[in-house]
Write a new protein. Structure first.
Ligand code: AP5
Length: 211
């Protein structure tokens, strides 16, 4: 199954994509994770993306389009994938159409802005393995330490108030219009993303035909 996860920052796309990808045995392709890895490695792409990401703006389309094209061409994507955080602009959506990937559904994560602010402000991530926690909704067993690998947890720089505000503006202006685009193509499925992690996951399993 080939799915796109679309929704505001902090709506839970990454959390659910990890769970569903494991269940469906398909890769979870997160553009945010791929870009953060480039930043960590200090690559040319990472150097171009770092300040833009920290400020909460979109990195240039040509970069994300090329990264997506390369990643979805890998053999492990043949039978399906979950594309999390791409497309986020008209140019990206047009480029995706041209990739002819035979996408099944675009899942829109519907959740209020108030709730995503609470989710983002409590998010903690592991720099070493990428696991994601929440101080209240998904706390690690030992405070400040990753359950999976024991490394220290950190707060993403783009989860600071100023960057969060910019990310919302960018979402409203550039990404939200894609909802209508996919609705008119008959591809859009909306999930109520305001429930807890298990509730949202159950709804997604039904959408994926596995629940
Ligand atoms: P990216 O990392 O994709 O950021 P985002 O889209 O803003 O999404 P988030 O990671 O903030 O949220 P999420 O929806 O995955 O929520 P999560 O599951 O973590 O992108 C970062 C940056 O990279 C962008 O700003 C941009 O600069 C660049 N970029 C990426 N893609 C790009 C593209 N296509 N084009 C250009 N630039 C691009 O959950 C959030 C928190 O809530 C966690 O703490 C989690 O534990 C908790 N939580 C999750 N679900 C629930 C629930 N149901 N109940 C309670 N808590 C929950």
């Amino acid at each position: 199954m080939k799915l796109i996860f679309l929704g505001p920052p902090g709506s839970g796309k990454g959390t659910q994509a990890k769970l569903l990808a494991e269940k469906l045995k398909v890769p979870h392709i997160s553009l945010g994770d791929i870009l953060r890895e480039e930043v960590r490695k200090g690559s040319d792409i990472g150097k171009r993306a770092k300040e833009i990401m920290n400020a909460g703006r979109l990195v240039p389309d040509e970069l994300t389009i090329e990264l997506t094209r390369q990643r979805t061409a890998q053999p492990d994507c043949k039978n399906g994938f979950i594309l999390d955080g791409f497309p986020r602009s008209d140019a990206q959506a047009n480029a995706l159409d041209k990739m002819n990937l035979n996408l099944d559904k675009v899942v829109y994560f519907d959740v209020s802005e108030d709730l995503v602010v609470i989710r983002l402000s409590g998010r903690r991530s592991c720099k070493a393995c990428g696991s994601v926690y929440h101080v209240k909704f998904k706390p690690p067993k030992a405070e400040g330490k990753c359950d999976a690998c024991g490394s220290a947890l950190y707060q993403r720089q783009d989860d600071e108030e100023k960057s969060v505000r910019t990310r919302f503006e960018v979402y409203q202006e550039q990404t939200k219009p894609l909802i209508d685009r996919y609705r008119s193509m008959g591809r859009l499925v909306t999930v109520d993303a305001s429930g807890n992690i298990d509730e949202v996951f159950s709804a997604l399993l039904k959408i994926a035909g596995d629940g």
